[in-house]
Write a protein that binds this ligand. Sequence first.
Ligand code: ADP
Length: 200
Amino acid sequence: YYRKHILPPKILIMIVLILGKTRLKRSEINNKVSLWRGDITSLEIDAIVNAANSRLVGGGGVDGAIHRAAGSLLGQECQTLNGCKVGQVKVTAGYKLPAKYVFHTVGPQDCNEDHLIDCYKNCLEELVKNQLRSIAFCCISTGIYGYPNKDAVHVALDTTRKFLERDGNMEKVERIIFCLFLDLDVQLYEKGMQKYFYVS
Ligand code: ADP
């Protein structure tokens, strides 16, 4: 009677192997992705992501903070770049910032999910394309541009996870930080990390 209900040993071994492999992968991801709360302009890292406007002229919010901290040369370089389209990214030096580079991306103002996905995806692709290894994201579009914080978290974490899972990107990237500024985002990202990266 029992025999009928016991899985053959070969299948059991396969299940154990598959679960083991998934575990390893999860813990690898967990070592690369983290949350940090504070001012993105204070981070010493390869690249910080700026939630810029399409003319790259420097505005309010995180954009203003980055331009102030980097100094006027950042604005001068931005002027040579011919703007930036929604979902795209343009790279500048970090100037007086401790970060080496600033990745200026333009988030959607109309809650377009695909465009927000593009922001995260293109920044991460630009990182590995330039052989850089660490990046800090601000919460793109969730301030003045009005994307709901709750939905933006899923875009950020889901896009990052998918990126790390393909093309050997896991080995190419050392650290991805989500730089949070508001209580609400801290709460949402802590929950989201458990869902997408299995952090307890
Ligand atoms: P957007 O125009 O794309 O909505 P905002 O700058 O208005 O961009 O807001 C994006 C996010 O950046 C918001 O969560 C805001 O609280 C946060 N933020 C503002 N200043 C800073 C800063 N100095 N460092 C990190 N995040 C910041």
